[in-house]
Design a protein around this ligand. Structure first.
Ligand code: ATP
Ligand code: MG
Length: 477
């Protein structure tokens, strides 16, 4: 998962959690306030109901929204029980209009009734089913009061009073709030998510830019353009640039050393070779002396090649490739001719006549020659030089049927001084610089080089280059 997605998801999760928390607390507060005020309403309705019982002996005059019923306990029962009331020992005082034809306990359970008898007064919630089947959720205040009852001449009596009000308006309000809040929260989440994604993208863009620039840093790195401001990315760029400066210095020191060392070595090697030649040609030598001088000559020749290669490599950062249209078939036929004479096997060329690549003919010649000399050293009997046309690019393949290269060596083959079998390859006259030079030449062309190989079957070295158009013939006159 990318950093961008992760930060966006985290922001979304935090936003969702906060919205949930806000929603829950607003809902809770809203509900609490409304139910509290309903309880207060019920208490004052209770007072009204008691006055009505005292004055009129009936609850019929209660407002139409109030459900009111009352049971008069006969004076013979001092402490009434649930059974007394359920058994019909109490008299029903005429109820309010809303509660007429309803259960006198307003749907209260026996347990709730018992609680009223025990504690004297409770608030509770019930449901009343009306005659039309509509179910009304009620908030009920039930209490036991001692009062005079009009039309009942026995002084103070015990009355169990039930006063209820519908909580439907509150529930509708709460439901509406929940629906609107959920829809709003979803929208906030959606926009929040989009905004977070864009913001994170904007914030991380400079980092991606730095990563891309750093990716492009080649052997000889250019500095990254410094960013304005004093943020983390700008300071990252500054640190990278300081690191690049140090790298550049060490790269330059290394190159200069290589250049100086190979220059210094060239003169003595040339002198040694000159003297060996002189001794061989101009002096009388015993067979042992001649043999020794031949060894000195051979090794010095090898040294001269090595020094030459090193010199080339040390300059490779600044290869002066002169890019132009190179006719690939010509290059390959030249190689065939050059190596065909001394090579005992067969060299075949398969190159369409109409393909040009963007390159430096001398350097491309050097690349293919390197592949062919490696193939010969690997004991090939058949070498194919092939050009493939890939519309935008062209690929040169050098296929051989030599001994092949074990897979574990393939990733290192283009490194300096890398040889598959040091002793064997040295014996064959190789120093392990050929392919390193090939790689730096191909890179200077903006191309790529790779190898496929199977031990025992052979190897294929390929170079991909930009395609070029045929050079325009110069108009006469
Ligand atoms: N076609 C091939 N078949 C088998 N092995 C190969 C082939 N080409 C290269 N190699 C292996 O890769 C090694 C590196 O090749 P490279 O051309 O860099 O060095 P070299 O040929 O040993 O020396 P130099 O080219 O400097 O004379 C060789 O030593 C050889 O072991
Ligand atoms: Mg080589």
């Amino acid at each position: 998962m990318t950093l961008r997605t992760r930060i966006t998801l985290l922001t979304l999760a935090l936003l969702a959690f906060s919205l949930l928390l806000i929603g829950a607390s607003v809902y809770g507060t809203l509900r609490g306030t409304h139910y509290n005020s309903l309880n207060n309403d019920l208490q004052s309705s209770s007072q009204t109901a008691i006055s009505l019982i005292k004055d009129k002996g009936s609850l019929a005059d209660l407002p139409s929204t109030v459900y009111g019923t009352a049971l008069l306990i006969p004076p013979t029962i001092a402490s009434p029980t649930v059974d007394d009331i359920m058994g019909g020992a109490a008299f029903l005082i005429p109820p309010s209009l809303a509660a007429s034809n309803q259960n006198p306990l307003l749907g209260l359970s026996e347990k709730a009734l018992n609680a009223v008898l025990q504690s004297g007064g409770i608030y509770t919630s019930t449901h009343l089913v009306q005659s039309d089947g509509h179910e009304v959720p009620l908030r009920v205040r039930a209490e036991r009061v001692i009062t005079e009852v009009a039309g009942f001449p026995l002084g103070l009596s015990q009355v169990i009073l039930f006063v209820g009000k519908s909580v439907e308006p509150i529930e509708v309000l709460l439901r509406d709030f929940a629906q609107i809040y959920t829809a709003t929260a979803m929208l906030v989440l959606l926009f929040g998510g989009l905004l977070a994604y864009r913001l994170v993208r904007r914030t991380l863009e400079p980092l991606e830019w730095v990563a891309k620039k750093a990716e492009q840093v080649s052997d000889k790195p250019d500095k990254l353009p410094e960013l304005e401001g004093n943020n983390e990315v700008a300071s990252l760029v500054r640190s990278l640039n300081r690191m690049l400066t140090r790298l550049e210095t060490s790269w330059e020191t290394q190159t200069r050393f290589l250049l100086d060392a190979s220059h210094e070595l060239r003169t003595p090697v040339t002198a040694i070779l000159g003297h060996v030649g002189y001794l061989m040609r101009r002096t009388q030598l015993t067979p042992q002396q001649r043999e020794s001088l031949e060894v000195v000559g051979r090794e010095s020749e090898r040294m001269r090649k090595l020094v030459g290669d090193l010199l080339e490599l040390s300059q490779s950062g600044g290869w002066r490739v002169e890019l132009g249209s190179v006719h690939l078939a010509t290059v390959l036929y030249e190689i065939e001719e050059e190596y065909g004479r001394s090579f005992e096997g067969k060299i075949e060329v398969e190159a369409p006549d109409n393909i040009w690549a963007l390159g430096d003919p001398e350097r491309l010649h050097q690349v293919v020659a390197n592949f062919v000399s490696n193939a010969i050293k690997a004991g090939s009997t058949r070498i194919r030089l092939v050009v493939r046309d890939l519309s935008e690019r062209v690929v040169i393949r050098v296929e051989d049927n030599g001994e092949g290269i074990p897979a574990e060596h393939l990733p290192h083959l283009f490194e300096r001084f890398y040889r598959v079998d040091k002793a064997r390859d040295r014996e064959r006259g190789g120093s392990g610089l050929g392919l390193a030079i090939v790689r730096s030449i191909v890179e200077a062309h903006g191309g790529s080089v790779w190898v496929e190989s199977e031990p025992g079957k052979g190897s294929v070295f390929s170079v991909s280059l930009k395609r070029a158009t045929a050079p325009q013939p110069e108009l006469a006159g």
